[in-house]
Design a protein around this ligand. Structure first.
Ligand SMILES: Cc1cc2nc3c(=O)[nH]c(=O)nc-3n(C[C@H](O)[C@H](O)[C@H](O)COP(=O)(O)OP(=O)(O)OC[C@H]3O[C@@H](n4cnc5c(N)ncnc54)[C@H](O)[C@@H]3O)c2cc1C
Ligand code: SF4
Length: 498
C-alpha cells in the first residue's frame, strides 16, 4: 500500500495530488488535518477562517473515500490520529514554521513545492549567477518570461516591450464612482458554508477562539470549480481593463478591474501557470490589450513568484528586520479594524473594506494602510502580523516580504529601492478619497492638515540621515530644507500617535 499523502489547507488543487515529477504515489490515500490551535493562537478575520475551513471541507468531500479528514487540536495530534506512526509524504509547506515542523517528524518525506512557476533550486542558481546586489524583481520577471516562453515572440517580448507599467498608472477617471466593467464572480453559498459558520459560532461562544471583522456572504472561491469559474470570468470580462487603472483607488468600487484571484491561488485551488496562460491566450485571440495582459502576468509571474522565492532566500530571521528602528504599537482602532473610529476618509474607507471583506487591492494596502504605518513608526513585526490575520489571502510566505520589505522598508532596501510612502497630494491624484475628507491633502499644519502630508515630512525628517544616502530619495529629502514650518510640522506630526 502506498504511503499516505498529507495536504495542508493551502494545497487544495488537483496539482497537489498529481503523481509524477516528484509528486505523491498515484494511489496514495490522502490525509487532511483541521487543527483548531491555528485559530486559537491568533485573532484572525472571521471571513478568512470561514474561507479556509469551507475550502478544506469541500476538498475533503471531493476526495471522498480517499481522504481521512481529522479534526484535532494540533497538526501533530491530527497526524497521529490519521496514520499513527506510518510514513507520509507532503509537498513543501509554505512557511518556515511548517517546514521546521514537518522536517522534525521522522515519518514525513517532503516533496518539492507545487503551486509556483519556478523551482527553488532554479532560483538559487539564478541568484548565484548574478550575486546578491545585482538583481531586482524586473530582472527576475524577464528571466521567468524567457524560461517559460511566456508572452514572448521568439527571443523578444511580445509587442517589443517587457514593461507596460507606464501605461498602467492612470489616475482614476474623474466624476465616476465605479469603473464601467462587469461585476466580478461571486460564489453561491451552500450547506458547507452554513456548517462552518455554525462551528465558528460555537467556538466563539465557548470562548475557545476570537475573531475580528465581519463574515459573509463569502466573496472568494472555496472549491476548484468555483476558482475555475472566477478565473474564466475575470479573463473574459475584466482582464481587458486590468492595466490602465491598476494603481488607482475608487472608494465605491473596491475591486475595480482586479482579479480577486489571490485567495484561490494561495489556497492552491488555482495554479499560477493556468492563470498566466489564460491571460496570454486572451491577448493572442485579440480579446485583451497587451498593457493589461502584461500587467496581470507581471503580477503573477513577476511579483508573486519573486515574493515566494525571497521568503525562502532571505531566511527565517528576515521577518525580524527593523532597520528603521520602529517600535510604536498599533493603535486600538487599527488592531480592531474599527473604521468608524477614524476621521481620515482614506483610512476609514480602506479599513472598512478590510473589516467587511478581509481584502483590498494592492494600492490601498501599500499607499494607505502600509504607508500610514510606516509614517507613524509602527513596529513592522506587529504590522506584518496584523496584515496576516486580517487578509483572506494572507499567508506567512507572502506577507513577510510584502510587509517587511515592500511596505515597511524594514529590510533597509533588500527588496525595494526606496520606501513606499507619499503625502496626501499623491493620494489625491490616484484616488477619489480626498474630496469628501475632513482634511485637505495640501495642508500640513492646523486642524485640516492631512495626516499623510504631515506624516510624510515627519517620516523624512526622522530618517533623514539614512534616506539621504539613497539617490532615489535625495530630492525628497532636500524638500525638507524648503519647509519654513518644519518645527511646527514635527510638533504636530512627530509622534507615533499624532
Ligand atoms: C502590505 C501588503 C501586503 C500584501 N499581502 C498579501 C498577501 O498576504 N497575500 C497575497 O496574495 N498578496 C499580498 N499582497 C500583494 C497584493 O496586494 C495582492 O496579491 C492583491 O492585492 C490581491 O488582489 P487580486 O487577486 O485582485 O490581485 P490582482 O491585482 O488581480 O493581481 C493578480 C495576482 O498577482 C499576484 N500578486 C500581485 N502582487 C503581488 C505581490 N506583491 N505579492 C504576491 N502576489 C502578488 C496575486 O496572486 C494576485 O492575485 C500584499 C501587498 C502589500 C503591499
Ligand atoms: S486628505 Fe489626507 S487624510 Fe484625507 S483622504 Fe486625502 S490623504 Fe487621506
Amino acid at each position: 500500500m502506498a504511503n499516505a499523502h498529507w495536504l495542508f489547507g493551502d494545497q487544495l488543487g488537483p496539482h497537489f495530488v498529481a503523481p509524477g515529477d516528484g509528486g505523491p504515489h498515484r494511489d496514495a490515500p490522502v490525509v487532511m488535518v483541521e487543527a483548531r490551535s491555528v485559530f486559537r493562537r491568533r485573532t484572525f478575520h472571521r471571513a478568512k477562517a470561514h474561507l479556509i475551513l469551507s475550502a478544506m471541507r469541500r476538498r475533503a468531500a471531493e476526495l471522498g473515500d480517499r481522504v481521512t479528514y481529522v479534526r484535532a487540536d494540533t497538526y501533530r495530534d491530527g497526524l497521529d490520529k490519521a496514520v499513527g506512526k506510518a510514513q507520509v509524504t507532503v509537498h513543501h509547506p509554505t512557511s518556515h514554521a511548517a517546514m521546521r515542523f514537518v522536517r522534525s517528524l521522522d515519518q514525513v518525506t517532503v516533496l518539492p513545492a507545487r503551486g509556483f512557476l519556478v523551482a527553488r533550486d532554479a532560483f538559487g542558481q539564478w541568484v548565484g549567477d548574478r550575486g546578491e546586489r545585482h538583481w531586482r524583481q524586473e530582472d527576475f520577471y524577464r528571466w521567468v518570461r524567457r524560461e517559460r516562453g511566456l508572452l514572448m515572440d521568439g527571443a523578444e517580448p511580445a509587442g517589443g516591450r517587457w514593461n507596460f507599467d507606464h501605461d498602467n498608472r492612470a489616475s482614476p477617471p474623474r466624476g465616476v464612482r465605479e469603473l464601467d466593467v462587469p461585476p466580478p464572480y461571486h460564489p453561491r453559498e451552500d450547506d458547507v458554508d452554513d456548517e462552518v459558520r455554525h462551528d465558528l459560532d460555537a467556538w466563539e461562544r465557548a470562548g475557545d477562539v476570537a475573531f475580528v471583522g465581519r463574515d459573509g456572504p463569502r466573496l472568494f472561491p472555496a472549491s476548484r470549480r468555483e476558482a475555475r469559474a472566477a478565473l474564466k470570468r475575470f479573463v473574459a470580462d475584466r482582464l481587458p481593463n486590468f492595466g490602465t487603472y491598476e494603481d488607482a483607488i475608487l472608494s465605491a468600487d473596491p475591486v475595480m478591474s482586479h482579479s480577486l484571484l489571490s485567495a484561490p491561488l494561495n489556497l492552491g485551488l488555482l495554479d499560477p501557470a493556468e492563470c498566466v496562460e489564460a491571460a496570454e491566450a486572451a491577448w493572442r485571440r485579440g480579446d485583451a490589450p497587451l498593457n493589461s495582459v502584461e500587467g496581470f502576468i507581471r503580477q503573477i509571474a513577476g511579483w508573486r513568484e519573486y515574493v515566494w522565492q525571497l521568503y525562502w532566500h532571505f531566511g527565517e530571521r528576515y521577518r525580524a528586520s527593523n532597520v528603521l528602528g520602529h517600535t510604536a504599537p498599533l493603535p486600538r482602532w487599527f488592531r480592531e479594524a474599527d473604521a468608524d473610529a477614524v476621521e481620515a476618509n482614506c483610512l476609514r474607507s480602506v479599513l472598512g473594506q478590510v473589516r467587511d471583506t478581509g481584502w483590498t487591492h494592492h494600492i490601498p494596502r501599500l499607499m494607505i494602510l502600509g504607508s500610514h504605518a510606516l509614517q507613524r513608526g509602527w513596529d513592522p513585526a506587529a504590522v506584518t502580523d496584523w496584515f496576516h490575520r486580517l487578509f483572506v489571502d494572507g499567508y506567512d510566505w507572502v506577507m513577510v516580504p510584502n510587509v517587511v520589505g515592500m511596505s515597511q522598508y524594514a529590510d533597509g532596501g533588500r527588496m525595494t529601492t526606496k520606501p513606499y510612502t507619499s503625502g496626501g497630494a499623491y493620494v489625491h491624484r490616484m484616488s477619489d478619497l480626498c474630496g469628501p475628507c475632513a482634511f485637505r491633502p495640501t495642508e500640513r499644519l492646523g486642524p485640516h492638515a492631512c495626516p499623510f502630508t504631515g506624516g510624510y515630512w515627519a517620516f523624512l525628517h526622522r530618517h533623514r540621515e539614512l534616506l539621504e544616502r539613497n539617490p532615489r530619495m535625495t530630492r525628497a529629502v532636500q524638500g525638507l530644507d524648503r519647509l519654513t514650518d518644519l518645527d511646527q510640522v514635527l510638533d504636530q506630526w512627530g509622534s507615533p500617535n499624532a
